[in-house]
Design a protein around this ligand. Structure first.
Ligand code: UP5
Ligand code: MG
Length: 190
């Protein structure tokens, strides 16, 4: 029997651009399952898995965890959800992530939401978050910004050249941003 490929939307943007915040709202309105790659990696650390220490060290340095680790966690979460519509938040973060995900899953995203926000505003948000994340300190934030510019923007460019990027001005208040997000999800083109 045919097994339909799931619908995947990649949700990308710099640290603190509001990916998690907007994904929570998309879930309420559009029935997607939200999978934050960062949250899955942090859960893996807490679970005491054998990869935990390696993941923790990489996150502390703002580095990108090897694809096979992240993809395994995403695939497991997709299967366990029972849903067929996913927001994949914070992944793929580099070209290698992107190619490996397509290779392993044979899934291409329906489109890519890109939350565009100034570094100044993102820094303010991350430093104000105060939820005990080990990477929310000024030294690590600077590293996360650099990795975003060097490694993650090329992924967005890749999808831009394929007409898949929906760019959102994420520097506005949460509700205003969500109005633009809703337009993307209700657009007849999607
Ligand atoms: N906030 C949100 N929207 C706002 C708005 N419009 N106006 C004012 N304030 C707003 O928001 C951040 C803060 O800002 C919150 O306090 C929020 O209330 C407020 P949030 O929605 O959490 O932003 P988000 O973009 O999700 O920021 P986050 O810090 O989670 O982004 P990162 O991309 O840095 O973090 P992530 O968890 O994805 O990754 C962390 C690390 O894990 C990476 O650096 C990397 O080391 C590792 N990682 C991998 O190696 N591989 C992966 O595939 C994924 C992660
Ligand atoms: Mg997040």
């Amino acid at each position: 029997l045919s097994e339909k490929k799931p619908t995947v939307v990649f949700v990308l943007g710099g640290p603190g651009s509001g990916k998690g915040t907007q994904c929570a709202k998309i879930v309420q309105h559009f029935g997607y399952t939200h999978l934050s790659a960062g949250d899955l990696l942090r859960a893996e650390i807490s679970s005491g898995s054998e990869n935990g220490t390696m993941i923790q060290n990489m996150i502390k340095e703002g580095k990108i965890v090897p694809s096979e680790v992240t993809i395994k966690l995403l695939q497991r979460a997709m299967t366990e959800s029972g849903n067929d519509k996913f927001l994949i938040d914070g992944f793929p973060r580099n070209e290698e992530n992107r190619a490996a995900f397509e290779d392993v899953t044979k899934i291409e995203p329906a489109f890519v939401l890109f939350f565009d926000c100034s570094e100044e505003e993102m820094e303010r948000r991350v430093l104000n978050r105060n939820q005990g994340r080990e990477d929310d300190n000024i030294e690590t934030i600077r590293k996360r910004f650099k990795v975003f510019l060097d490694s993650s923007l090329p992924v967005i460019d890749h999808y831009k050249s394929r007409g898949k990027v929906r760019k959102i001005d994420a520097g506005r208040p949460v509700e205003e941003v969500f109005e633009s997000v809703k337009d993307v999800f209700t657009s007849k083109n999607e």
